[in-house]
Design a protein around this ligand. Structure first.
Ligand SMILES: [Zn+2]
Length: 246
């Protein structure tokens, strides 16, 4: 293939743009800001689960307190009824004794229930404190997540701008160069990652390997508009005259 030496030299600009775009893509895939977002999401999920658990405890204990309250009320109603009967003077001495025994039993039963109620209320209190704590932890985690998302989106936005700008420059430049040269360059780039490299001294700028004397001699002998390729990596070798010591 032959191509105007100026066009060949401009391939290096194209290669520089492509390298920058590849770096941006790599950065996009390996963004530490993205890792931070994922970690913050995991933390938020953990706190959300903790809040759900704490809410469940609060509602379970609340139900338990209500149930005990109901039982205490039932005992009290029974006690009131028994006392009413005793006060009515309409019951026999035997019934009076039975009622008195029942009242003792009911008082003990109520004492047990009230102790239990007190204990459950204390646990409810602790569960409510725990829930408030978990909720504030969740809020903190959600704020951290929002910050992490903002930072990541900022970096992604910068990358969008860079990719759009450099991508536009690349499109314009590629359109200005001979189509067959660009096609070859793109094909080589797809294969090895780099389509063209500058010949600096005796090294290929694409693979950075040294060329042997015979390869250098061939390159030196080639016409300026010959498109020469690196024997090692296949990239187009661009001769800029800089330090080419053939
Ligand atoms: Zn090479």
């Amino acid at each position: 293939m032959k191509a105007d030496p100026t066009a060949q030299r401009r391939l290096l600009e194209l290669a520089a743009l492509d390298a920058e775009l590849a770096r941006a893509q790599y950065r996009r895939r390996t963004l530490p800001e993205q890792t931070a977002v994922e970690e913050a999401e995991t933390t938020v999920r953990g706190h959300r689960d903790a809040v759900v658990r704490a809410k469940t405890s609060v509602s379970d204990l609340g139900r338990e307190v209500a149930k005990l309250e109901q039982e205490v009320t039932q005992v009290r109603t029974r006690e009131d009824r028994d006392r009413g009967l005793m006060d009515s003077g309409s019951v026999s001495a035997k019934q009076m004794t039975d009622l008195s025994h029942e009242l003792d039993t009911l008082a003990r039963r109520r004492g047990v229930l009230e102790d239990e109620q007190l204990e459950v209320m204390e646990r409810l209190d602790a569960a409510e404190t725990d829930l408030a704590h978990e909720q504030s932890q969740l809020e903190t985690a959600e704020t951290s997540l929002a910050d992490a998302v903002e930072r990541r989106d900022g970096v992604l936005g910068d990358l969008d701008v860079l990719e759009e700008r450099r991508g536009g420059e690349r499109t314009t430049l590629a359109a200005e160069l001979p189509a067959d040269l660009v096609a070859l360059y793109d094909q080589l780039r797809a294969r090895s990652g780099t389509g063209a490299g500058e010949l600096v001294g005796n090294r290929c700028g694409a693979c950075r390997l040294e060329m042997d004397r015979s390869e250098l001699r061939d390159i030196a002998a080639a016409a300026p508009d010959d498109v020469v390729r690196c024997e090692q990596c296949g990239a187009i070798v661009v001769r800029t005259g800089k330090g080419a010591n053939a």
